[in-house]
Design a protein around this ligand. Structure first.
Ligand SMILES: Nc1ncnc2c1ncn2[C@@H]1O[C@H](COP(=O)(O)OP(=O)(O)O)[C@@H](O)[C@H]1O
Ligand SMILES: [Mg+2]
Length: 387
């Protein structure tokens, strides 16, 4: 999330149930997906790996009657990140996210959560996965109309067999967390669309899942409410560091929320990278076309825009920004104070971003390669270290 005070993509996940963060080791992925296929239609299992697998969607349908909704997809979801799957309608996003908990049965490939093989899970293990480990937030909130808001939120806990008093307590806590304090006794029909979606979110959070799966949850909301809900997700993520897989067809939503974005087309992932990578170096013409109108300053980070500090710049009183802050937010900070912004990794100054650098990004001029050396820092501790 590259907003004003972003959570770094590498933020360590707070202790999550089932998380296996070994000290001194890269954290193990939450989801690990390899060569996953989902083909709908007759004799679907014959398609992956066959000659027909290379056909276009239309040709495949014509020749075999099959639709390959997910084609040979591989990726890892890291603990604590917001992993966005973006693509136009029909590109396979919903099928992919449903495959993660086998709400849709994959045709072939492998899939694990915290190292445990999902495809090998029996029914009770699967139930456990869906109820406690990976909670889904849908576009159509799926609230129970005759239940109060609190009882809707507590529903998942009820299924888990959590006692009434504890359910109520946790539901009330979640109600507050999503900004609906005082509305617990209402029925869903007495809430706006945005509020209903907050209830859906609270219901998913109540089960304290390791990972939240969102399938276009905000598409039905009007733009202002939608923006509100995006802020809510950003806030929740920042506060809790919970792992999220977020599906959207909306590029600006993807760029706002995603630590990394997988861009899908016709069932394939055509590019997987940070918002900055996707906008800055599109993998092909399709992606380039997709991101053409994105203002660079909204995705380029301070880490890319900075240059090494000179003289006493590292100790100057200019604004301090995170390496993952967007250039847009740095412009704001620099405009307020005038001086160059110091890019700080904790107490260490990685470099500075001055007005010339900011203008270069806005003008679409690639900054020279100098910052890379500053990132590797130890070479010049005298200048790179903030007092
Ligand atoms: N149950 C199904 N049977 C046949 N085809 C399906 C089924 N579900 C989805 N599809 C097809 O798979 C493709 C991907 O669909 P979907 O995953 O819903 O895309 P998205 O969520 O990106 O809009 C589409 O061509 C869709 O028509
Ligand atoms: Mg969909």
């Amino acid at each position: 999330m590259t907003t004003t005070a972003p959570v770094p993509a590498s933020a360590p996940a707070p202790a999550t149930p089932g998380g296996k963060n070994r000290p001194g080791d890269a954290p193990a992925p939450v989801f690990s997906v390899r060569n996953l296929w989902k083909v709908f239609g007759p004799k679907a299992e014959r398609i992956p790996g066959s000659e027909a697998a290379g056909l276009s969607a239309a040709e495949l349908r014509e020749r075999t009657g099959c639709t390959a909704a997910v084609r040979d997809v591989s990726f890892d979801v890291h603990p604590g990140e917001v992993f966005v799957v973006m693509g136009l309608s029909g590109s396979g996003k919903s099928t992919l996210v449903r495959c993660l908990t086998r709400l849709i049965e994959p045709t072939s490939g492998s899939l694990s959560i915290d190292g445990e093989d999902v495809l090998g899970m029996d029914r009770s293990r699967l139930r456990e996965l869906r109820r406690r480990r990976a909670a889904m937030v849908f576009q159509h909130f799926g609230l129970l109309p005759h239940r109060t808001v609190v009882d809707n939120i507590a529903y998942g806990l009820e299924i888990q067999g959590v006692g009434r008093a504890e359910r109520r307590r946790r539901a009330a806590e979640m109600l507050e967390k999503v900004g609906l304090a005082g509305m617990g006794r209402r029925r869903p029909a007495q809430l706006s669309g945005g509020q209903q979606q907050r209830v859906g979110l609270a219901r998913a959070l109540a089960c304290d899942p390791e990972v939240l799966l969102f399938d276009e949850p905000f598409s039905a909301l009007d733009p202002i409410v939608r923006r509100d809900m995006q802020d809510e997700v950003v806030r929740l993520h920042r506060e809790e560091g919970r792992t999220m897989v977020f599906i959207t067809h909306d590029l600006s939503e993807a760029l706002r929320l995603g630590d990394r974005i997988a861009l899908m087309r016709d069932g394939r992932i055509v590019q997987l990278g940070t918002p900055e990578e996707i906008v800055g170096s599109p993998a092909d013409d399709y992606v380039r076309d997709f991101v053409r109108d994105v203002p660079r300053e909204q995705v380029v980070t301070a880490r890319t825009a900075m240059r090494p500090a000179r003289g006493d710049e590292a100790e100057s009183s200019g604004p301090a920004v995170s390496p993952d802050a967007t250039v847009a937010s740095v412009i704001e900070a620099v405009a307020r104070t005038g001086g160059p912004a110091r890019v700080m990794d904790g107490r260490r100054c990685l470099g500075v971003v001055d007005q010339q650098r900011l203008l270069a990004v806005v003008a679409g001029i690639t900054p020279d390669a100098a910052p890379a050396a500053a990132t590797a820092a130890p070479a010049a501790p005298g200048t790179a270290e903030a007092a």
